[in-house]
Design a protein around this ligand. Structure first.
Ligand SMILES: Cc1ncc(COP(=O)(O)O)c(C=O)c1O
Length: 384
């Protein structure tokens, strides 16, 4: 029986249990406590943010972020189309309408030219969006400078969804810390995990303190329970924050390991006809959270889905690149700009097993399976 090789699994370090033990010993088993405070501070140091609020998920962090910048029913919010659905769901939670913007081919992230054209048009119509939600995809920062410039020019807040890109850089700084608010995820498949969790960061202390307030049911300062606003139960527990503190200590190792996975795949498969790896933009370092590639069927001999199914038969988990949100049934009535780039990436894109705890033998199994498939294809036989 073959050992399953999964896409991206949790990878604990040496200190997490110690921090959990401390939470138990001191009986801080609550969504408040010293690990929560320390995790927020240590996270700020790790990414270079001023203030942070630890919450129960990246989705919760986005929901709070959008609410705090004032997204309201009927507003339009521009949003990357090539992403996981959690990027856009909070827009809808607030009764606003996502408008999806396509990716560029070099970073797979929001295309600044397309954003500019969309903003110019909306400006002429007097219908500027309430916010821009920018995703940093698969470990790679979007091209922040032109996007920030546009947001400043039109005076539109930028919310950065850096759920997948903790540990990446853009011109030496951490994506997630450039806009009005940034969010990160510690979901089980992320580069570091608290089993589930998220972080909201901002340079604005009032915004972060409001985030904490809303995340704890918006309880007014009164001896009894009094509420003047609708809040949420979104705070991260002290136990899970302990895991986060341990994980933060190994973040750099995890980035290095995922980049090594990428190098391995790239060396072994990069010369196969029809295979192209996700490019690394020259403005920063990708974490290669997931190693992604595209497969051109006419050159490789079979398509992305055939490769995925063949890997699955061999107990190797791979995933198609995100299905663009403008193609999702739930967003069928939403406006979008462009879309061909994201559609092509979805059609041909595959994410390979990328965990920082993969063994070299696992990586060999993945590349051998793909090379064997290529060797069996008609295209290859024609070439020989
Ligand atoms: C781009 C992106 N945004 C948001 C999220 C939501 O994070 P969470 O699962 O912690 O709610 C995820 C991942 O899960 C994601 O990949």
């Amino acid at each position: 029986m073959l050992k399953p090789i999964l896409l991206s699994t949790p990878h604990m370090g040496d200190r997490e249990l110690e921090f959990i033990q401390e939470a138990f010993t001191t009986n801080w088993i609550a969504p408040v406590g010293p690990h929560v405070d320390a995790f927020e501070q240590e996270f700020c140091q790790a990414v270079g943010a001023e203030h942070a609020a630890a919450v129960s998920s990246g989705t919760a962090a986005l929901h709070l972020a959008l609410r705090l910048i004032g997204v309201s029913p009927g507003d339009d919010v521009f949003c990357s189309t090539l992403t996981f659905v959690a990027t856009a769901n909070p827009i809808v939670y607030l009764g606003a309408n996502p408008v999806f913007i396509d990716s560029d081919r070099t970073s797979w992230n929001m295309d600044p030219d397309l954003l500019e054209a969309a903003l110019q048009q909306r400006d002429r119509q007097g219908k500027l969006p309430k916010a821009v939600v920018l995703v940093h995809l698969y470990g790679q920062s979007a091209d922040l400078d032109p996007i920030l410039q546009l947001c400043r020019h039109y005076d539109i807040p930028l919310v950065e969804d850096a759920a997948e890109s903790l540990g990446a850089t853009y011109k030496g700084r951490s994506p997630g810390t450039f806009g009005q608010v940034g969010i990160y995820s510690f979901n089980g498949n992320k580069i570091i995990t608290t089993s589930g969790g998220g972080m909201l960061v901002s340079d604005d202390p009032a915004l972060v303190s409001q985030a904490r307030f809303l995340a704890t049911q918006a309880r007014d300062p009164a001896p009894h329970y009094q509420h003047s606003q609708i809040g949420y139960n979104y705070r991260l527990s002290n136990v899970l924050s302990g895991i986060g503190r341990g994980q933060l200590q190994v973040l750099n190792d995890r980035v290095a390991a995922r980049r090594r996975n990428f190098e391995f795949y790239h060396q072994a498969l990069g010369d196969l006809p029809g295979i192209t790896f996700m490019p690394e933009a020259d403005y920063g370092q990708s974490t290669r959270w997931l190693t992604c590639l595209t497969i051109q069927p006419d050159r490789f001999g079979c398509d992305r889905e055939q490769v995925r199914l063949m890997l699955a038969e061999q107990q190797i988990e791979s995933r198609p690149v995100w299905k663009p949100l403008h193609l999702q049934p739930i967003f069928a009535n939403c406006e979008s700009r462009g879309g061909e780039v994201a559609e092509a990436l979805f059609k041909q894109g595959l994410c390979l097993p990328s965990g920082s705890n993969l063994q070299e033998a696992d990586l060999h199994r993945v590349v051998q399976a793909i090379i064997r498939l290529y060797d069996r294809t008609g295209v290859n036989q024609l070439r020989v």
